[in-house]
Design a protein around this ligand. Structure first.
Ligand code: HEC
Length: 176
């Protein structure tokens, strides 16, 4: 009985057309046909699970192709809250990929938890941590760039914090 319940829990956590969220700093994007890694998708990005395929999930990713970066897709083409990047070639909205199912979580807040902790660690030593909603999505890049040397963070860490701040603004992707 316990086994059946566990199995049901696993299956139901992969209901068709369910939105799930990337639950790691990044995950490989795999081409469904060639099974080759073709890019990377970043934490917190919402994906629509079409079906499971072994350890992988077939997912569809919404978003817009970024201005001047044809291989990138973000929430907005500005580019705000980057979703994923292809190693080469042009990205298309609503493209389908395979992603390791273990790197997906149905709870957006859990997917953002690690970067949230890192944000408070990095950005609240000199002043109280500023809330995402204090500024517009398009304003955060300049603020975080200005704080980069203060906070002693490298470009990857800066980009990670920037995605987090953009995701939680009023018109971001996380509904709290
Ligand atoms: C070493 C100290 C220090 C660290 C660490 C630091 N800040 Fe600051 N921050 C400041 C100082 C000083 C100011 C005010 C002066 C200025 O604007 O340059 C400021 C101002 C700001 C402002 C402007 C507030 C406003 O509304 O005008 C924002 C937003 C901000 N910081 C965000 C961040 C973020 C995000 C991080 C982490 C990446 C961070 N800070 C890390 C020292 C720091």
């Amino acid at each position: 009985m316990k086994k059946i319940l566990t199995l049901m829990a696993v299956l139901s956590s992969f209901a068709f057309s369910q939105t799930m969220f990337v639950n790691d700093i990044k995950a490989d994007l795999v081409d469904p046909k060639t099974k080759k890694v073709v890019g990377e998708i970043y934490e917190g990005t919402p994906v629509k699970v079409i079906k499971k395929d072994g350890d992988m999930a077939v997912v569809e990713i919404a978003g817009e192709v970024v201005n001047d970066k044809e291989n990138m897709v973000a929430l907005k083409k500005e580019p705000f809250v980057t979703f994923y990047k292809l190693n080469e070639g042009k990205a298309t909205p609503k493209a389908k990929f395979l992603v390791n199912a273990k790197k997906l979580n149905s709870d957006a807040m859990i997917a953002w938890e690690e970067i949230e902790l890192m944000y408070y660690d990095t950005c609240s030593s000199c002043h109280a941590a500023h809330k995402s909603k204090e500024h517009l999505m398009g304003e955060w890049e300049a603020y975080i760039l200005a704080m980069q040397t203060f906070a002693k963070i490298n470009d990857d860490e800066k980009d990670r914090i920037l995605r987090f701040m953009q995701a939680f603004v009023k018109d971001g992707i996380v509904k709290e």
